[in-house]
Design a protein around this ligand. Sequence first.
Ligand code: NAD
Length: 401
Amino acid sequence: MIIRPKVRGFVCVTAHPVGCAAHVQEQIDYVRGKERLEGGPRNVLVIGSSTGYGLSSRITAAFGAGTNTLGVYFERPPAEGKPATAGWYNMAAFDRFAQNEGLYTRNVNGDAFSREVKKEVIDLISKDLGSVDLVIYSLASPRRTHPDTGHIHRSVIKPIGRSFTDKTVDVDKGLVQEVTLEPASREEIDDTIAVMGGEDWELWMRALADAGLLARNAATLAYSYIGPEVTWPIYHKGTIGGAKTDLLHRARRIEDLLKPLNGLAHVSINKAVVTQASSAIPVVPLYIAILFKVMKEKGIHEGCIEQAHRLFADRLYQGGGLECDEEGRIRLDELEMRADVQDEVARIWKDITTENLSELSDIEGYRNAFLRLFGFGLKGIDYERETDLLVSSQHFEASTS
Ligand code: NAD
């Protein structure tokens, strides 16, 4: 079948298997172009490993340090003439590339919030690895079925306390318009914390600790974002920020749990990048399009793989002590938050309109990055060619040669 992008709002409902494989390959090549990571982890569990930050973290561990990886994700396989989700293709490609290198790779495709998936992962670790020394928690989900109550919590992206009006962009149509978001109710705030906060992270760590599967000096990380004030009402000070504050509390509780193992639990503040999760947040895509322009002009642009590699090479496994901010967070957002970058973004933010969108922002770069998440727009791929929905590595190699 010939697969083309079908963008519906902030998602693309199709994905290209060969393009997704090429996207994974590009990230592997990036990591391979760097020095090998010495002293990296032996066995890593990545929860949310199929796209975005989790995928790049897994690639960095596997191809940068030769680490055994186990990935957990929730992705749809191909069915009845419908392509799989991008994350499913990413994981199929990752597996093939890792196996070609002789690297251990296993996956559990299912609901990470459930007891069943935790049990499946625990059984796999006991059988195959014995223990893990790094657990990366990189889930972004719109809902969570609570394992005790069966209640379905839905996360919302809303301000807290008062309504908020600002500019946003319809990326597909290139329209800059105003959006007003009403404040969240108490219930919505709590639901968002239940989905995107740290309760599930803590449940994972307790389950692994109870099963005796955490190695001495084991570390665990969850990812978060702060960003500049222009995005605060919708992010840092909004419902999602409330959930991220919960992550910080949970990190302290997890660190207590890991004390007997001399373990670490940290929240890592990463930069804003284009992912399926960030595309769904109003205001943020316009901010990212401007940020891309400013950071590219200054030669300091980064995507997920650059951030993940810096996290491993310059923070976690650099040989010295781990540097954190006053709240114990790892900071990978220092380039985004540089005063010269933010001053420029703020100046552009005031002036940006539909008419000057292409001139004042890197909306084109944003669109390309978005389509690439689904395997479209990658170099060397013949998108006019019939593609097997169940991709194979031979297919990828044939299509790019
Ligand atoms: P993403 O949408 O690319 O990835 C989400 C991952 O979670 C996927 O692997 C998906 O399969 C998995 N997932 C979702 N629901 C699941 C479930 N029920 N069970 C199992 N797996 C499930 O998102 P992302 O942007 O990479 O976000 C990952 C983390 O990074 C989030 O905590 C996010 O807040 C944080 N972060 C993102 C940005 C950004 O700009 N995108 C910046 C800083 C921090």
